[in-house]
Ligand binder design. Structure first.
Ligand code: ATP
Ligand code: MG
Ligand code: MG
Ligand code: MG
Length: 565
């Protein structure tokens, strides 16, 4: 490919809207451009990398025995009503109507569609197990799309679903997916950990794992043991028992009072200051203690709650409704879901009960911390301390090793679903004994576009991207120092042609640019091998440099071609 013809708009300046390193690099290297918040176009380089990732995922899915299909993004609302998720999924689900006023959703995930498909096409144990997957665009109206492709509203996901006769079968399917995931992330050059995630109501040992790319920008915190294989999302991590014991030994009363009094006072103030009903406050309650917000949320529409929370805060001029605070609210340390219609003092009690129930969390579904023991202090700052304090704690699994903490990006998720969807959508099969039973399901997701960002969070230096070879948009970058020099250009074109003929993806920088510009761009786009054709072109000598090394080799062109091939 000739660079003069490639749509690769590189940027010198770091775009101000991009916070995450990967987002900055993708904009600067001309991989993506934003169309709307969380919605991106992939330019040629970005598209090439995405295809490489897709291909790795595809090969490993096929190797694990999964079959590729492609399901529609547009899904009838009835399916979601049948599974019970139409209401439950909340505002992340993008809903629309067709010209006949029939309701549809844009798929954020495909459990409903696939269960309906398999219900209609699979009826006997003889057809089991079956594992299907797709690589497809998903839609989620994320509350805070950000960090470029890390949290998009339209993004590429690989989603796989397994259908088995029994739980043993599911364990096997799950294991083969788990192993495929390890191969995928390893092949992509990702540093990651598979961690135990919150099993929720599904339960069971190893009922769900998340694959976490290790990166500071990650939104999850994972605890891992330095001695055994224990690694868990903070939601699942069990620690803090010391504080719990402390609390139980007589601290409880103090703690209750400490919480109660300011909570009630604050609520009363808010009712007055905002002129809202106590009822509304009961739905969305902010309790400010020690300068940190604590949200107590009543079961229901979490998104609506957050909006109200923000409005209430700004209305009250508490100067808390800035982004940082909104973040803190979303990750607020106490969440409690309970019934509506209670008195304010009882609501304040909820904060305490939340502690006792071991739920410290947020006013957003799935953001709660589980298994938090009573006695954990409640403010954000304190939760922060608590997390730090827990580093170095004994491992809850082996009791020998110490826990360390990392930030992680969830790039993959495997989940034993059981019969949740097959029951709801009546997907049954006949066993060998002729008995009708619901299919036992598993689901397995990888955020393919998120994976691209995650790799970039880990593979760059101050000059730009350093692609792992497996997913680089091109393998070789041939750079003639001066495209006006015919000898240099001829040799560069010769090398590029030889490589291309050998099936090596090669980019030739034939632009009429200053050498400095060419080298800067070359470093920025991070192609693994660079062959520079300069003043020794006439003698057939070129310079070869790998992007991840500093050393430059002056070698003959045949040797360069053979190294690059
Ligand atoms: P998160 O906790 O980051 O919101 P999730 O748990 O909601 O992710 P899943 O429903 O498990 O996501 O979806 C499977 C995979 O899809 C995730 O592991 C992640 O890699 C990817 N993914 C989810 N949401 C997004 C998004 N908004 N943008 C890009 N990738 C995403
Ligand atoms: Mg999510
Ligand atoms: Mg998640
Ligand atoms: Mg997940």
């Amino acid at each position: 490919m000739r660079q003069s013809q490639l749509l690769m708009p590189t940027l010198r300046e770091v775009p101000s809207e991009a916070e995450a390193a990967s987002h900055q690099l993708m904009l600067r290297a001309g991989l993506i451009r934003q169309l709307a918040a969380g919605i991106y176009t992939y330019l040629p380089l970005g598209r090439r990398v995405l295809r490489k990732l897709e291909q790795i995922v595809r090969e490993e899915m096929d190797r694990a025995g999964a079959q590729e299909i492609l399901m529609p993004a547009m899904q009838p609302a009835e399916l979601w009503q049948q599974s019970g998720r139409y209401g439950e999924y909340g505002p992340e689900l993008i809903r629309l109507r067709d010209r006949h006023e029939r309701e549809f959703a844009l798929g954020p995930t495909h459990e409903e569609v696939i269960t309906a498909l398999v219900r209609d096409e699979v009826s006997s144990y003889r057809q089991l197990p079956v594992m299907l997957y797709q690589i497809q665009t998903k839609f989620r109206d994320e509350k805070r799309p950000r960090y470029g492709l890390l949290r998009g509203r339209e993004f590429l996901m690989k989603d796989a679903y397994s259908f088995d006769e029994d739980w043993e079968g599911l364990h096997r399917s799950y294991k083969s997916m788990y192993e495929a995931y390890n191969r995928i992330f390893t092949r992509c050059g990702l540093y990651y950990r598979a961690v135990e995630a919150d099993a929720g109501s599904i339960g069971g040992e190893g009922g769900t794992h998340e694959f976490m790319a290790l990166a500071d920008i990650g939104e999850d915190t994972i605890a891992s043991c330095d001695s055994c294989d224990y690694a868990a999302n903070l939601e699942k991590a069990e620690y803090g028992t010391e504080l719990a014991a402390h609390y139980e030994q007589g601290q409880k009363q103090d703690e209750l009072e400490r919480l109660h009094t300011p909570a009630i006072r604050k609520i009363e103030q808010l009712v007055q200051a905002l002129g809202v009903s106590a009822d509304l406050l009961m739905k969305t309650l902010i309790y400010v203690a020690d300068g940190s917000p604590i949200a107590v949320v009543v079961r229901g529409d979490h998104e609506v709650n957050e909006i109200k929370v923000k409005n209430m805060l700004s209305a009250a001029s508490l100067e808390l409704a800035d982004q940082e605070t909104t973040e803190r609210i979303t990750g607020a340390p106490v969440g409690f879901a309970g019934p509506v219609g209670l008195s304010i003092p009882i609501l304040a009690d909820f904060a305490v009960m939340a502690l006792e129930a071991g739920i410290a969390g947020a006013n957003e579904k799935d953001y709660h911390l589980g298994n938090v023991k009573p006695g954990v202090h409640l403010t954000n700052a304190q939760v922060g301390d608590y997390r730090n304090a827990a580093a170095g704690d004994k491992c809850p699994r082996c009791g020998q090793g110490r826990l360390t903490f990392h930030r992680g990006i969830e790039v993959g998720h495997v989940f034993k679903l059981g019969t949740k969807y097959s029951e709801a959508l009546n997907a049954r099969f006949l066993t060998a004994a002729g008995i009708e039973q619901p299919l036992i399901m598993g689901c397995y997701g990888i955020g393919v576009s998120r994976l691209l960002s995650a790799v970039l969070e880990q593979h760059s230096d101050s000059n730009g991207i350093v692609w792992p070879e497996s997913i680089a948009p091109y393998r070789v970058h041939v750079v003639p120092v001066s495209s006006k020099d015919q000898v240099q250009m001829d040799l560069a074109m010769h090398i590029a042609a030889r490589l291309s003929d050998a099936g090596i993806e090669t980019l030739l920088d034939d632009r009429d640019e200053r050498p400095g510009v060419k080298f800067k761009d070359s470093d920025l786009i991070g192609i693994p091998i660079r062959i520079v054709v300069g003043k020794h072109a006439a003698e057939g000598i070129v310079e070869l440099k790998r992007r991840n090394e500093t050393q430059v080799q002056a070698i003959g062109l045949e040797e360069a071609i053979s190294i690059a091939s």
